[in-house]
Design a protein around this ligand. Structure first.
Ligand code: AMP
Length: 411
């Protein structure tokens, strides 16, 4: 796992991070900070709660401290746009905290409050300006701020910015910022309108994406089933006897694995199809349509193929294989429990996957409860050391969710 010390951030920032009590970078930080430090443009798909503010604030402060901290009145060097005053305020607070050991100044401007103190702060000069679009345009029109010294331009919650009708304001502001600059755009979702905005703003950008770790993991009830590798298919068959599993997304690590599982499901009378990179676009679309309409009860997918899948009402996610990247786990389980609905994620873990499970539990900061009562439960996997020797000794937990056990068991 990446450490903050490995990210080549300036010492005063590392000190501030330590003051904050952050131990390790969150996934969006680990992914976004290196390209931003390299000066690349960036598209970040991440929600609030993922640590995205620090993901852009730390590299911004790092750049500002590297090339001298000269201050010019009314001319910020970094501009952060946010859709609401609450968010702008939070971002401003973060910049203040992260820059506490540096001589850098920042201010926040938003509407609904007196403009005078904002004008005064800008006149004194700030390195970082956090602003909502409307008030910023006001200040620009009054000649109280100039954006021609902006080197770093960040748009946060771009989807919300567009939903709130700020597109024209954003365009006007963008036109006032020099073309020669670093730009980053963050958005929780990526509808076409946001993609269009990003295309117009970013040059040769890096795209990074994370699921909202804690929140997703909290909403989805999860359990892990320890099982021998060669018993996974039979176990899946058992589970599918539960009619509550009405729309299920099943993940495998490989394309062949996806085909095999889909075929097996077909043989036991479950309407299923597979979706992966070896399938034609037409075949993928047919499978997705069938899944969406309810004609298919199960869709078997690899991680890459699942990226574009956006289907509501997925009752269960089954990890037939555990992913070797913990973040994929969060992505996968985030396919259920969408839009406030509850959902369930069931993971199969064989002996070789123990270390993957340990890594996942570190990232989600939870222990996934073990179902010890399913017919294929293999106690040795709980007790024995993982293949990489990484998995900790687990506490045995009784299965508290009897009602969610496969119906076939009760029969
Ligand atoms: P954000 O998504 O930027 O709103 O951040 C969500 C919360 O996570 C904030 O309260 C941050 O202080 C906190 N946070 C950000 N980065 C880390 C980290 N690396 N470790 C622990 N907490 C963090």
């Amino acid at each position: 796992m990446t450490e903050f010390s490995g990210l080549e951030l300036a010492q005063p920032l590392l000190r501030a991070i330590s003051d904050e009590g952050y131990n390790t970078p969150t996934p969006i930080q680990a992914k976004a900070i290196p390209p931003l430090l390299d000066g690349r443009d960036l598209l970040g798909v991440a929600q609030t709660g993922t640590g995205k503010t620090a993901a852009f604030a730390l590299p911004t402060l790092h750049h500002l401290t590297q090339d001298g901290s000269k201050l010019q009145p009314m001319k910020p060097r970094a501009l952060i746009l946010a859709p609401t005053r609450e968010l702008a305020g939070q971002i401003g607070d973060s910049f203040r905290r992260y820059s506490r050991h540096m001589g850098l100044r920042s201010t926040v401007v938003f509407g609904g409050v007196s403009i005078r103190p904002q004008i005064k702060a800008l006149a004194q000069g700030v390195h970082v300006l956090v602003a909502t679009p409307g008030r910023l345009l006001d200040l620009m029109n009054q000649g109280k701020v100039r954006l021609d010294a902006v080197e770093i331009y960040i748009l946060d919650e771009a989807d919300r910015m567009l939903d709130m009708g700020f597109i024209r304001d954003v365009k006007k502001i963008t036109a006032a910022v020099p073309r020669q600059r670093q730009t980053a755009l963050f958005s929780a979702t990526m509808p076409k309108s946001v993609q269009g905005l990003a295309d117009g703003l970013l040059v040769d950008s890096v795209r990074v994406e994370v699921a909202p770790t804690a929140t997703t993991a909290e909403k989805v009830s999860q359990r892990v089933l320890f099982v021998a590798k060669d018993k996974k298919r039979a176990l899946l068959g058992e589970l599918m006897a539960d009619v509550d599993i009405s729309r299920v997304l099943i993940f495998t690590r490989t394309k062949h694995g996806a085909n095999r599982v889909a075929k097996h499901l077909g043989q036991i009378g479950v309407d299923a199809d597979a979706i992966h990179g070896n399938k034609s676009q037409g075949a993928r679309e047919r499978a997705l349509k069938g899944f969406r309409s309810g004609k298919l009860r199960a869709l078997v997918a690899t991680d890459i193929a699942a990226r574009g899948i956006d289907v509501d009402g997925v009752t269960h996610v089954i990890n037939f294989d555990l992913p070797n990247e913990p973040e994929s786990y969060v992505h996968r389980i985030g396919r259920t429990a969408r839009a406030g609905a509850s959902g369930m994620a069931i993971s199969f873990c064989d002996h070789e996957e123990r270390a993957y499970l340990a890594d996942i539990e570190k990232v989600i900061r939870q222990t996934v409860p073990v179902d010890e009562e399913h017919p294929f439960h293999l106690a040795q996997i709980v007790q024995g050391p993982g293949p990489a020797g990484k998995a900790p000794q687990r506490k045995r937990r009784p299965n508290r969710r009897r009602s969610q056990r496969p119906a076939a068991r009760a029969a």
